[in-house]
Write a protein that binds this ligand. Structure first.
Ligand SMILES: [Zn+2]
Ligand SMILES: [Zn+2]
Length: 337
């Protein structure tokens, strides 16, 4: 068996596969890139060729324009692309629309780069599929036992309770524009909320894209105030940076809400002036991380970024061989997580 490091290794631009001559989620322009999903720390413009799911390619085109790469190859879930004896197959990661784990097979070894992932159900994307492998590459954004997230149904129920309790106020929900916003909308629909949901302009394009891929978001309208509407009693969704900003002042007595895994830390919510923190994350919490490592039972666990130490300790206690890669450039901003 070859050393796994000869098939996949950290490089200045990110993880690199020498025999296939490609990078995964490179943080600077490279000749050949395999992209796991559309969040901007993973999907950057300026590569020679890009292999990604059709959804991720559409997200990149909407964000960077059609000429974001020299050429592109769309690879659906379950499809394999081969080059110089290296096979790459995409398997759902359950993170956002189009998110994929890159399964690399070469010289009899299987290495899985999971990108960002979560295990709980998300009506906006295909669920994570565990793949048995020799090396599992995992992030550890919420790799501490304190990060244990409640059921997102309970979090949405708290939002709807607040909306009923304060009908004169506008509930201004901070949710990352790609993924989180659409998930919050669908969770509201599943909880029976059928009124119009208002959205910030930065979310409209991505909503259109999700709709194009078959995600039905229900009645949505732009949160513009030209017709003297004060949005009292309404739910408005906006990027997290806008909920405490000048933009928010147009609404009737706005009540700032923020949907993020970081809201598990009350001090963070207080710092940002969030009145109603909702712990809803598109990343795996501690239980999801450790469950996934058990499900995948890799020969080796490689941890890319986040809270690496606790996961290394857990691995040692559980007889799991593990190492930290400490890749830079993937620090999740508060909103995305
Ligand atoms: Zn992501
Ligand atoms: Zn990320």
């Amino acid at each position: 068996m070859p050393k796994p490091e000869s098939l996949l290794c950290p490089s200045p631009a990110g993880l690199y596969c020498p025999p296939g001559d490609f990078h995964i989620d490179p943080t600077r322009p490279v000749k050949r890139a395999v992209i796991t999903h559309g969040h901007s720390d993973h999907a950057r413009a300026g590569h020679g060729t890009v292999v990604a799911t059709p959804e991720t390619l559409a997200i990149m085109a909407s964000r960077y324009g059609e000429a974001f790469a020299g050429s592109t190859t769309a690879l659906n879930y379950g499809e394999t692309i081969s080059r110089d004896g290296v096979d790459v197959t995409f398997v759902p990661a359950g993170h956002i629309l189009g998110s994929a784990q890159a399964v690399i097979r070469a010289k009899g070894m299987t290495l899985v780069v999971s990108g960002d992932y979560k295990r709980r159900r998300d009506p906006t994307c295909a669920p994570f599929e565990p793949v048995k492998c020799d090396v599992f590459v995992s992030e550890a954004t919420f790799g501490l036992p304190v990060y244990c997230f409640a059921d997102d149904k309970d979090e949405i129920a708290r939002l709807l309770k607040s909306v009923a309790q304060f009908p004169e106020r506008t509930h201004l929900v901070g949710a990352y524009a790609l993924g989180k916003a659409q998930r919050v909308i669908l969770l509201l629909r599943e909880a029976g909320y059928d009124k119009t949901i208002y959205v910030h302009g930065a979310i409209e394009n991505l909503n259109t894209l999700y709709t194009r891929f078959g995600i039905n978001l229900g009645p949505i309208a732009p949160a513009t105030t030209d017709k003297k509407k004060d949005f009292a009693g309404a739910i408005v969704i906006a990027p997290p940076s806008d909920i405490g900003d000048r933009w928010a002042r147009r609404f009737a007595d706005p009540l700032p809400v923020f949907a993020s895994g970081w809201m598990r830390v009350r001090a963070r919510a207080r710092q940002r002036g969030v009145e109603l923190p909702l712990v809803i994350s598109d990343h795996a919490d501690w239980n999801e991380l450790t469950t996934t490592i058990k499900d995948v039972s890799p020969g080796e666990l490689w941890i890319t970024h986040g809270n690496e130490d606790a996961l290394l300790r857990w691995s040692a206690l559980n007889g799991q061989k593990a190492r930290a890669l400490s890749l830079v450039g993937y620090d999740e901003d508060e909103g995305e997580a």
